[in-house]
Write a protein that binds this ligand. Structure first.
Ligand code: SF4
Length: 246
């Protein structure tokens, strides 16, 4: 598949997430999937394609949704996943890490090695997230994410469509790239979309329980992730730098 992604990004710069999603589904269906951690952005996106308006606009095309069950998620996340299944009548595929790798990690380094060094943290994310993501993306041409530019310094350059060099050059689709946090929450409230109870406890981002906390007033929305690390390191390896043309 060949696309001029600079032109597509320019064409959709002022278009809504729903319009871009419709284009992306038309271009890549059925080899398009969505990764969800069930944070606010992901819930907005699921509603955009699996809610009544989305189903109509996408002519009932079903987008495959998957989640990375790292084994360290919050109880509230598992509860929300089941609520989403029931409400939207969609299957959610969970991908678990290789148990032999998790067992080896826990036996040799314990259960909280990720707090000891950046290297250890990346090792844990690699086993629990990056490996399972590669399995989840096998056979796909594009994946949808809830990345937004104003989430952090590491995401300031996010485009609506990017080439994902880390995954065989497939396309990454970021319909909410230009949205603010307020726009996400306005959408959730207006559409009555379910969301994680963790957000009511001050969590601005949803991830693994031991690596995510509520944020304090004045903190950035990614400050609750790996709060012991500096901002430029706050990625788990799922979202690596992009290329502009393919
Ligand atoms: S977020 Fe924390 S617990 Fe989850 S995979 Fe990464 S280091 Fe491990």
């Amino acid at each position: 598949m060949s696309f001029d992604i600079q032109k597509i990004n320019a064409d959709f710069a002022d278009k809504s997430p729903q319009e871009f999603l419709q284009w992306a589904v038309g271009a890549f269906y059925p080899r398009i999937t969505m990764a969800s951690s069930f944070g606010a952005e992901d819930m907005a996106l699921i509603d955009m394609f699996a809610g009544p308006a989305g189903r109509l606009a996408l002519q009932d095309k079903t987008i495959r949704v998957f989640t990375l069950d790292t084994g360290r998620l919050n109880e509230e996340t598992y509860e929300l996943i089941d609520r989403v299944r029931a409400r939207y009548k969609i299957a959610i595929e969970s991908y678990f890490p290789d148990p032999r790798k998790v067992e080896a990690l826990e036996r040799t380094k314990g259960f909280y090695s990720f707090r000891e060094s950046l290297e250890n943290r990346k090792e844990c994310c690699s086993i629990r997230k990056v490996g399972p993501l590669a399995r989840a993306l096998q056979g796909t041409a594009a994946w949808i994410t809830g990345l937004r530019r104003d989430q952090s310094v590491t995401r300031a350059g996010v485009q609506k469509i990017e080439v994902d060099d880390a995954h065989n050059g497939i396309f990454k689709i970021n319909p909410l790239a230009a949205w603010t946090n307020d726009q996400v929450w306005q959408y959730l409230r207006e559409q009555g979309v379910p969301y994680s109870k963790l957000h009511e406890l001050g969590y601005s981002s949803i991830g693994c329980a031991p690596c995510t906390r509520a944020i304090k007033p004045g903190e950035n929305i990614r400050d609750g992730r790996w709060w012991w690390e500096s901002p430029e390191h706050k990625e788990c390896g799922l979202h690596l730098p992009k290329r502009e043309k393919k």
